[in-house]
Design a protein around this ligand. Sequence first.
Ligand SMILES: [Zn+2]
Length: 438
Amino acid sequence: MIQDFVKRISTRSASITPRFISRSWLIVLIPSCITLTAYGVAEFGPKEEIRLNTQTEPIATPPLSFAQNDSPIWHEDVIRAGDTLSAALNRLNVDDKDAAQFIKTDPIAKSLYELHTGRTLRAKTERSGALLELHYLNNKSQEIKITRQKDGFKASIDEATTQQHTVVKSGTINSSFYASTDQLNIPDDVTKQLIDIFSGQIDFHRGLQKGDRFSVVYESFTHDGIEIKTGKILAAEFSDKNKTLQALWYTPPGSTEGAYYTPDGHSLKQSFLKNPVEFSRISSGFKLRFHPVLKSWRQHKGIDFAASTGTKIMSTADGVISKITEDNSGYGKHIEINHDGKYSTLYAHMSAFTPGLRQGSKIKQGEVIGLVGATGRVTGPHLHYEFKINGQQVDPVALKLPTAKPIESRYLAHFQPIATQTRNQLAFLQRIEQARAE
Ligand SMILES: [Zn+2]
C-alpha cells in the first residue's frame, strides 16, 4: 500500500507544481514521506547504504566501574587548529618516552608530525600511559598505525578501508546558496560540483532567490564511521516558482566515461565554460576602446577578466595546446588551445604556466593551465581571453555556443528507466523539503 502511494505521488509529481498541493495534503504527506525516505533513496545504487536516518536502539548499559582495572583504554581526540603531536598525545593519555623516540626516528611514524585539523587520532594505552596502539587517518585516506611489539614498536601505512554510502541533502535558500550549503554541512567539494553541473543554467552569484529549493544526492566514503572523502554527485535538482532543473549522472553500458544529463537526455556539459577564472568579473569587453598603453583607439579583440596575480586560469574546453610561449606580441606569457579544429581559445598575460605543459599537451575542460599575471603589454594584472572561430576573434559573450551532444539513441532504452526513477526520487525529496520548509 505504501509503495502504491509512492508510485501515485511520483507519477503525479511531474505535472503538479508545489503551489497546488494544499495544506491538508501536506499533513498526510509529511509522516508518510519521512518514513519512506530510505525507500526512495536506496535505489540510487545497489550496494550503497543509507546514512540519512539515524536509528536509535536501546542497549543494555554495563555497570560503570571506577575500581582499579588494568585493562588498556582507547582514547580518541580530534586534531585542533595549531595542534602539535605532543599536545594531542597528551590529551590521549599517552605518556611513553620510547614511543615518542620511535615516532621521531621511524620513517613511517615520522609522518604523524603532519597533522590535519579535524582528523581523528586514536590511542590504546596502559593505565600508566604506555602506548600499545596508535591509529591516524591522514588527508590522503591512508591509515598510519603504530603497534607495540615484543621488542619495540612497528609502524605501518595502508590505504584506509572505506565504505561507500549515498548521502541525500535537501534545502531551501534563506539568505544565500552558500549559507544554505554550509547549514546543511554539504562538503565544499560537493558544492563546487553542484555549481559546475548547473553553471550553464544558473547564475550562482545573482540568479538564485530566497525560497528556491535544491536537493543533492552524492557518494560519501567513510572509515570507522567518519566521512573521509566524498565522491561524485549522482543526482541534483534546483527549483523555483516557475521551473525545475534536474541533473543525473549517467554512464552508458560498457563505458567508463559518465556525464551529467537532464532526465530527457540532454547533456549538461557545456562545450565551453563561460569563465576561465573563478569568481571574477569582466573588466573590459569585446569592443572598440582607447588602449591605455598604446594611447590609441583599437578594437579589443578579447575579454578581460579582473583577477589578482596568482589566480588560477582554467581551459574553457577540452583541447590541445597549440602555443605556449612568451614573446614580443604584447600577450606576454600566453597559451593558445585548439578545440576540434574550428575553435580555439587564448589566455594572455599569465604569471606562470602549469608545470609540465607544452605544445601538444591534451587539456581537459576546467583544467588549470596557469596563473593570472601582468606579463606583456598591460597596466596591471588581469586575464585577457580570446575566443576564435577559424582563427578569427569573436565575442564569446554574444556568441551562441554549440551544446554538447545528447544521449546517443542506442543508449536511450537503457537511460530512460534510470532517468524516470531519478526524476521521481528528486521530486519526492523536493516535496519533503517543501513540507519541512512551510
Ligand atoms: Zn584584453
